[in-house]
Design a protein around this ligand. Structure first.
Ligand code: F3S
Length: 399
C-alpha cells in the first residue's frame, strides 16, 4: 500500500504509541484487502464497547491506547453493556458496572463522544452522501451506506478505533464504486403494514440475497423508523451492508437492474415470522429499541401506555440513546412510561447487556433483536409496537 510522508511518519511512531499501533492495524488490513492507499474519513463509530464482550484483555488494550491516543475526527460509541446512569434498576451487578465504567473512561480519555448508541445518525453523527466514514455496528453501517449514501466497510472495533486516531481508513471494499453495484434485483410484491413487517422483509431479503447487494423495487414509501429496522434485519440475516431501494434511497436511480432476480411475496413474510417467532405465550421481557428508539417511537410507546400498568411478571425496556431520552424527558414521555412501570435502557441494548439466563422470553419489534436474544437463550416473539406494549401490560403474547 502506498503511504504518504505523513502516514509514514505516523507509522514510524512520530505521533506516539496509539497512532503507530493504529497505522500498523490499518496497513495490515489494507494489505490483506488489496487497498492501494488510505482515504480520509469524516467520522467514526466504534463498536466493541460492552465489557461483556471485551473482557479484561479488551480493557487492557483500550487503556494502552488511551495513554496517548486522541481521536482526529468525530467519533461516537456503540451501546455499552449497561445504562451508564441507571444500571442498578436494570439488574446489573456492581462488579460488572465497575469494569464497564473503566471501559467508558478509557474511551472518554481518547476524546470519543460517549454517545453509546447504534443510531449515531439520530444524534448528530450524520454523514453526507458520498462521504467516507469508518463505522462498526452492522445496522448503522447499512443505514450509512444505503439510506445516507455514505461509504463505509463494516469495521471491527480495533480498526474503527485505528481510523479514529489516524483520521483515515484503507480504501477498499464499499469505499470503491466498483464494489457498490447491486447484484440481485428483489421485486417486493407484498404490502408492509406494521413496523415489524420491515424486520420480516429484511429477513426474507437477507436470506434470498445471500451476501449480495440487493436492488429492491416495489416499495412505494418508507419512514425513517422502518428503514432503521430494515437495515438491522437485512444485514443480520444475510445481505451485504448496502442495498438500493428504488424511489426511496439515494443513488438507486443511477443503478442498473441486475440480471439475477428474486421475488418477495406475502408468503415470504409469513415464513419470516414463522422462523423468528417461537412457541411461547408468557413474556418476561419486552424490549423496544433495536436499533435504538427514535423520539417518535418513544412517543408512540408513551401514548400506548397512558393509564396502563406493566404486568408484575414482565419488564418493559425502552432501549434508546441518552440524547433521545433527554428529549423524552422534556416532552413528558419518560414520566408516562415510568409511571406505567416501564424502564429506560439508555446507552445499552439487549444484545450487548449481560442478559444470558435472566429472562426466558422476549417480545420485541425487531428481527435482529430476536436473532441475538436467542443466543441469550430466550424464546422470541416479534410484532408491532402495539403488540409489544400489549405483551408488557398483560404479560402474554396475545396474537
Ligand atoms: Fe442496536 Fe443492539 Fe439492536 S446495537 S441494532 S440495539 S442489537
Amino acid at each position: 500500500m502506498q503511504l504518504t510522508d505523513s502516514e509514514q511518519k505516523m507509522l514510524s511512531g512520530a505521533e506516539g504509541y496509539a497512532v503507530k499501533k493504529s497505522m500498523e492495524i490499518l496497513v495490515a488490513l489494507g494489505e490483506i484487502f488489496g487497498a492501494k492507499s488510505l482515504i480520509g474519513v469524516g467520522s467514526v463509530q466504534v463498536a466493541g464497547v460492552s465489557y461483556h464482550n471485551l473482557g479484561d484483555a479488551g480493557l487492557e488494550f483500550l487503556d494502552e491506547l488511551a495513554r496517548d491516543g486522541k481521536v482526529k475526527v468525530l467519533t461516537t460509541l456503540n451501546p455499552a453493556g449497561m445504562d451508564l446512569e441507571n444500571w442498578q434498576q436494570l439488574g446489573i451487578s456492581p462488579e460488572f458496572a465497575e469494569k464497564q465504567n473503566l471501559v467508558i473512561e478509557a474511551f472518554q480519555k481518547m476524546g470519543i463522544l460517549v454517545s453509546c448508541t447504534c443510531t449515531p445518525y439520530l444524534i448528530g453523527n450524520l454523514p453526507l452522501y458520498g462521504e467516507h466514514v469508518a463505522w462498526s455496528e452492522s445496522s448503522a453501517v447499512t443505514f450509512a451506506n444505503s439510506v445516507l449514501g455514505a461509504r463505509t466497510n463494516r469495521e471491527g472495533g480495533p480498526s474503527a478505533l485505528a481510523a479514529a486516531f489516524v483520521g483515515k481508513t484503507p480504501n477498499y471494499g464499499l469505499h470503491l464504486d466498483e464494489n457498490r453495484l447491486p447484484d440481485v434485483h428483489v421485486q417486493v410484491n407484498t404490502q408492509l403494514t406494521k413496523l415489524s413487517d420491515w424486520g420480516a422483509l429484511g429477513y426474507a431479503i437477507g436470506k434470498k440475497a445471500e451476501n449480495k447487494i440487493p436492488y429492491i423495487t416495489g416499495i412505494k414509501a418508507a419512514e425513517l423508523d422502518e428503514l432503521k429496522s430494515f437495515c438491522a434485519s437485512v444485514v443480520t440475516y444475510g445481505a451485504k451492508p448496502l442495498f438500493y431501494m428504488k424511489g426511496i434511497t439515494p443513488g438507486a436511480e443511477l443503478q442498473k437492474e441486475p440480471k439475477e432476480s428474486v421475488v418477495v411475496e406475502q408468503s415470504d413474510l409469513r415464513n419470516a415470522y414463522d422462523n423468528i417467532n417461537d412457541e411461547v405465550s408468557e413474556i418476561e421481557l419486552v424490549c423496544v429499541g433495536c436499533p435504538h428508539c427514535s423520539i417518535k417511537e418513544i412517543s408512540q410507546i408513551a401514548k400506548l401506555l397512558e393509564g396502563k400498568k406493566v404486568a408484575e411478571t414482565t419488564e418493559l425496556w425502552v432501549a434508546t440513546s441518552r440524547t433521545a431520552k433527554q428529549l423524552a424527558d422534556k416532552r413528558g414521555y419518560t414520566q408516562t412510561i415510568e409511571a406505567a412501570g416501564g424502564k429506560f435502557a439508555c446507552d445499552t441494548c439487549m444484545a450487548v447487556a449481560p442478559l444470558k439466563g435472566r429472562f426466558k422470553s422476549l417480545a420485541t419489534t425487531s428481527a435482529k433483536g430476536c436473532f441475538y436474544s436467542r443466543q441469550n437463550l430466550m424464546k422470541t416473539k416479534m410484532g408491532s409496537i402495539e403488540e409489544c406494549v400489549d405483551a408488557a401490560v398483560t404479560g402474554k403474547w396475545n396474537n
